[in-house]
Design a protein. Structure first.
Length: 122
């Protein structure tokens, strides 16, 4: 049985924007809202170079990574052709305008992934 964790209200997420959710372990989760008030959740990491998707531009059911403009599908986390790659997607439930995420996914999904560190190799 899924245990849902209340995160925020839909109106707390900017239209065509996002909100980040910190986790005890692993990178943040980005919750997105499009202009049709649909809500999506992905790990806040582009599969290309690890850019913060939460800072990208939302259009339709996609987000453009702010680093290299890769287009990531908000429904499944997949990069759009010709690019290849995928970022973890989190289950979302909206009930009475409250956004919920699956607590087991928050605790475990994508916790092994990190953001690349810029700078020279040591």
């Amino acid at each position: 049985m899924t245990v849902w964790k209340a995160i925020c209200r839909v109106e707390d997420i900017p239209v065509l924007g996002s909100r980040r959710v910190a986790r005890e372990k692993g990178l943040e989760v980005a919750i997105f809202r499009n202009d049709a008030d649909e809500v999506f959740a992905l790990l806040d990491r582009c599969p290309h170079k690890g850019g913060p998707l939460s800072q990208g531009i939302v259009f339709g059911q996609q987000v453009a990574c702010p680093l290299h403009n890769w287009t990531i599908d908000l429904c499944d986390g997949k990069a759009q052709a010709p690019d290849e790659g995928c970022t973890p997607r989190f289950s979302v439930k909206v009930e009475a305008q409250v956004v919920y995420l699956d607590s087991a996914e928050l605790a475990h999904l994508g916790t092994d992934l990190t953001r690349p560190i810029a700078g020279p190799k040591r």
